[in-house]
Design a protein around this ligand. Structure first.
Ligand code: ATP
Length: 316
């Protein structure tokens, strides 16, 4: 079989490990693997390269995605998707492994209906995809954030400050939750675990009165303006406060072992599903095992609240 592989949406560490596994496992099973450049744009522009063992050599440790990624608004148009599928069919590519987030899955679901045998792999640092315990890239991003929190804590303690750290995640608070627990944050604020400003400020006042030298607040993006909140804390709590928005630093870097393994397992599993003529599904990891679910069970669904929220009260 000729199988295409692409990465789409935001890049995530471990995407290269997944592509590498698709190529290596695919070749082992006798398939030809084609890399499609820059997400769905590469399908539209017919920007495709044959990949072999050598093309993915040395890729495990590299962050980002060597195939490139993009957000293609053109691809939302049906006539453009028809052209994209025709380009693949003209090359004899009958299956596609698409690595990305919810938007990528929506595109992949359409492609399946249009006759391309498509499988989705969850590649996003946000961990916001239902049907999988973890997405490719999440663990590395948590490591990056924890490293930043540890550093901010040093300076916060020295200056007796409160540090607010804004992290990515959009509608999913897992990055803030996991990194907040690992970094010993005093407060973790996420869409699933909101806290009002007054609550935080009054607790900070208490902490200050007890003589605590620092406080860390980890907060998911888009909840409030962290710089304004820092000013308010400074005024009202007696803790001088500074806000740090980590931004795109969270997306980069060499993937940690968990993401290399997850990408390798998911890439291999996707090829094996195609071997069994299973498609129209996305891959996940559940209780350490590979699983697959129809796109329709996952797209547009919300992840249930993570069970480790129960830890927050007990350990922060
Ligand atoms: P991330 O979570 O990192 O943002 P994502 O896959 O959700 O990743 P999006 O930009 O939402 O990122 O989607 C990636 C691409 O998928 C879009 O640029 C578009 O080409 C395609 N896509 C998104 N939504 C749809 C849709 N409803 N139908 C067809 N294609 C879609």
């Amino acid at each position: 079989m000729k199988i295409g592989v692409l990465t789409s949406g935001g890049d995530a560490p471990g995407m290269n490990a997944a592509i590498r596994a698709v190529v290596r496992a695919g070749n082992l099973y006798g398939h030809e693997i084609y890399g499609i450049k820059d997400g769905y744009s590469g399908m539209i522009n017919d920007d495709v390269v044959l990949l072999n063992h050598q093309s993915v050599s040395g890729m495990l440790s590299k962050g980002g995605t060597f195939l490139g990624t993009a957000r293609s608004s053109e691809f939302l148009l049906e006539e453009v998707r028809i052209k994209a599928v025709e380009n693949m069919k003209n090359r004899g590519i009958e299956a596609l492994i698409a690595i990305g987030g919810d938007g990528t899955y929506r595109g992949a679901m359409d492609l399946t209906k249009m006759g391309l045998k498509t499988i989705g792999l969850p590649g996003t640092i946000d961990n916001d995809i239902p049907g999988t315990d973890f997405t490719i890239g999440f663990h590395t991003a948590v490591e990056t954030i924890v490293d930043a929190i540890d550093k901010l804590r040093d300076t916060s303690t020295s200056h007796q400050r409160c540090s607010i750290v804004e992290v990515m995640g959009r509608h999913c608070g897992d990055l803030a939750l996991f990194s907040g627990i690992c970094g010993g944050a005093e407060f973790i604020v996420t869409p699933e675990h909101p806290m009002n400003k007054e609550q935080i400020i009054s607790q900070l006042k208490k902490h200050r009165a007890e003589g605590r030298r620092h406080a860390i607040i980890v907060i998911t993006e888009n909840i409030l303006n962290v710089h304004e909140f820092a000013e308010e804390i400074t005024e009202k709590s007696g803790f001088a406060s500074r806000a740090t928005v980590l931004g795109y630093i969270q997306r980069g870097g060499s993937p940690c072992p968990e993401d290399r393994i997850l990408g390798s397992r998911m890439g291999t599993y996707a090829v094996e599903l195609l071997n069994d003529d299973i498609y129209g599904v996305c891959v996940g990891i559940r209780d350490s095992r590979m699983v697959h679910l129809p796109f329709s069970n996952v797209v547009g669904q919300k992840r249930p609240k993570n069970e480790i929220y129960s830890l927050v009260k007990k350990v922060s």
